[in-house]
Design a protein around this ligand. Structure first.
Ligand code: GP9
Ligand code: MN
Length: 686
């Protein structure tokens, strides 16, 4: 035997040697699984490096527990840990294959039967190669049993074991520091389970999801049925009656909700070098059949898009921290737009060209009652089709059309665009030679180019719907979800707005996003009421003539005559037609001047502040306590999450079945033939 071999056998026959061998095998195995069984999308050297090393710190910590024990026990403990770890990996491989997401503790606890959720028998999903994750455990156990590796019975000093624990924790801290530097808010904003695994690893993800689920069950356990009463009392006082001129005028129509990513109100009618950034949206905005709101604000917090979606479809505020969709979306009971409309005979579908796990949409949409969720696996993928988070808008709309054609009518379809997202990347073929702005801020300047691209994509989609005969009988709801240019870019914002300098007041006004409702025959015009995302659901339901005075909604109909015009921001600041309150400063909303309040004004401001604080905290209580589980209004039935499955094959089968059972889709009405071809100038499709 060569010297090296001798040294190796000597080493693995010591406790430390066996420990490091076990950890090393676990490391290699996990990394191979990362690369072959998951699509984690590590980009760039920091992410690649973290992906490579992230199994190590947790492995040292967990396997290191065995070092505190003596003799045989230490060895068998290592094997038991290794077996359990392998099982965790195995379960995730299988779950991931179906859902492109990881198995969170919430899922395991909540649905009770993940198996049922899978929709297929395990035997159909599991591949032989998956069992490979047990290979290292098996080999080590055999080597121990046949005494090829000898058990080192010498006791190890406690302080060595303790040192290992400290070292592993230190490494974990360093790992987290690097991860957070690359993706800030990784754990606080809680975007996506895939991100946690990519940056921190499967074990850290398990710990994180256990923590989240513990937090979620603790707030839930603290709540009781009587808590909903104070919410209902508050809502009863703040409810307004709908505008009779509009109520029910759009009854029974299809609804298209078009999410304009990161789109701010200032872009409407904005010009760069004399050219309109968004000519098509501008035309839509000024159309006689469009109700356009020019004092409509985004009200999101850290959850950004997720908060916007939550407000739009539930009329509940996002949480002060993180995203409610991620932490509470899986377990909570909701009274969301898809469920409400489903109970009115609507088919409901969400479309988005990103992975389904982002913002936990794959689970939350079930709680909201979406019949379909068309996410990236439903779209033909090519490298050139994607930019940033996912599919380019023109290709996204084009490929969504085939599914829209097959939706039984009336339907409620939400399409979430993506290209106009920070960092506003777009290839030169797609810029249409539209000039960047010239603020000199590299982050800000391409914003108008991606907005211009979104505008063209939108126009192509609308003209398709006209051809397909889906335009006339539909209502269109368009909204910008949140700012595209954050407050960190003040000098650039000042230049865009043609000002020397921006104040806190200007920044608050900069939070305006477009909100438009369009339908043939709808009495349109520019409406100046002050409102925000929280007000969308009651507005839409009133237009559709769907009774909503018993379901829990914190907003109020933007068309109601006697509505309270008050826009709460997530941090407790607010805007009303008279006052804009930022921190302790109150501005005149009309002029932007700082106000020195007289006694009467002070009382008014404090009443408004009181309302804002109360509504935010009551909405939080609804989410934290899962209070809607205690409340059964007579016109709403609770959503059965178990009914839904968004896996590609299951979604396609469901669509196919719907063509027969409820043949009201555009395609079914056209004898099963596609009713119009989609026209796009997307260079990728030429
Ligand atoms: C990703 C997308 C982005 O799927 O919705 O979310 P955001 O970063 O805008 O909150
Ligand atoms: Mn967004």
């Amino acid at each position: 035997m060569s010297n090296i071999m001798k040294r190796f056998t000597h080493t693995i026959n010591t406790k430390w040697g066996f420990f490091f061998l076990t950890v090393a095998l676990f490391w290699i195995k996990t990394y191979v699984v990362y690369q072959t069984k998951f699509t984690l999308g590590a980009k760039g050297s920091v992410q690649e490096f973290l992906l490579l090393i992230n199994p190590i710190p947790a492995a040292l910590l967990i396997f290191g527990i065995a070092l505190y024990f003596r003799g045989r026990l230490a060895y068998w403990l290592m094997m038991i840990i290794s077996f359990l770890e392998s099982t965790w990996i195995f379960a995730n491989i299988v779950y991931y294959r179906e859902f492109s997401d990881f198995l969170s503790v919430g899922i395991i606890k909540g649905s009770g039967d993940v198996q049922n959720n899978l929709g297929k028998s395990l035997a159909e999903i599991v591949k032989i190669s998956d069992f490979g994750v047990y290979l290292d455990v098996l080999i080590l156990i055999l080597l121990l049993s046949f005494k090829v590796i000898k058990i080192d019975k010498r006791p190890l000093k406690r302080r060595y074991a303790f040192t290992m624990t400290l070292v592993s924790l230190g490494l974990m801290g360093a790992e987290f520091g690097m991860a957070n530097a690359d993706r800030s808010g990784l754990l606080t904003r809680t975007f996506d389970n895939n991100y946690v695994v990519k940056y921190l690893g499967l074990n850290e993800f398990a710990a994180f999801s256990a923590y989240q689920s513990q937090k979620e069950s603790a707030t839930r356990a603290n709540a009781s049925a009587s808590d909903i009463q104070s919410v209902l009392k508050f809502l009863k006082k703040s409810r307004v009656s709908p505008n009779a001129e509009y109520y029910g005028t759009q009854k029974g129509k299809n609804v298209f909700v078009i999410h304009l990513e990161s789109f701010q109100q200032f872009l409407i009618d904005y010009k760069v070098e004399g050219k309109e950034v968004t000519p098509n949206l501008n035309k839509f905005y000024h159309n006689n059949n469009t109700l356009s709101f020019d004092n409509f604000y985004n009200q999101v917090g850290q959850g950004k898009t997720a908060d916007a979606e939550l407000m739009l479809e539930n009329s509940l505020f996002g949480l002060p921290q993180g995203s409610a969709m991620t932490t509470y979306g899986t377990q909570n009971t909701f009274q969301a737009a898809p469920s409400i409309l489903d109970q009115q005979g609507y088919t409901t579908a969400a479309f988005h060209g990103d992975v389904p796990s982002f913002w936990n949409r794959d689970n939350t949409y079930k709680s909201w009652g979406y019949d379909y969720f068309f996410s990236n696996s439903y779209y033909k993928e090519k490298e050139a089709y994607n930019v940033g988070y996912g599919m380019k808008d023109k290709i996204f709309f084009d490929q969504s059309a085939q599914y829209i054609q097959q939706l039984s009518q009336p339907f409620y379809a939400k399409l979430i665009t993506l290209t106009n997202h920070y960092p506003y990347e777009i290839d030169s073929k797609n810029t249409d030679d539209f000039p960047q702005t010239k603020t000199g801020d590299k982050t800000v300047d391409p914003y108008v180019q991606t907005a211009h691209y979104l505008d063209q994509a939108f126009a192509e989609f609308i003209s398709y719907l006209k051809d397909a005969g889906l335009y006339k009988n539909s209502v269109f709801v368009l909204y910008g979800d949140h700012y595209g240019i954050s407050n960190n870019h003040r000098p650039a914002i000042a230049k865009l707005l043609g000002k020397d300098k921006v104040t806190q007041y200007d920044l608050a006004q900069f939070q305006k996003v477009p909100f438009m409702i369009h339908a043939e025959g709808l009495k349109g015009g520019i409406n100046h009421t002050y409102g925000g995302e929280i007000d969308v659901l009651p507005t839409l339901l009133d237009l559709l003539g769907v009774k909503n005075n018993t379901t829990v909604q914190f907003g109020n109909d933007l068309l109601a005559k006697n509505r309270k015009q008050l826009v709460a921001f997530r941090n407790g600041n607010f805007v009303s037609p008279q006052y804009t309150k930022i921190g302790s400063t109150v501005y005149d909303t009309k002029t932007g001047e700082v106000l020195k309040l007289n006694k009467k004004q002070r009382a008014e401001v404090s009443a408004l502040q009181n309302h804002v604080t109360t509504e935010l905290s009551l909405s939080d209580r609804v989410i934290y306590g899962d209070l809607l589980r205690f409340y059964d209004p007579d016109n709403f039935k609770k959503t059965d999450k178990a009914k839904y499955n968004y896996k590609l094959n299951s979604g396609l089968a469901q669509l196919k079945k719907a063509q027969k059972d409820n043949p009201t889709s555009a395609k079914a009405k056209n004898d099963g033939k596609v009713s119009a071809e989609y026209k796009t100038d997307a260079p990728e499709l030429k």
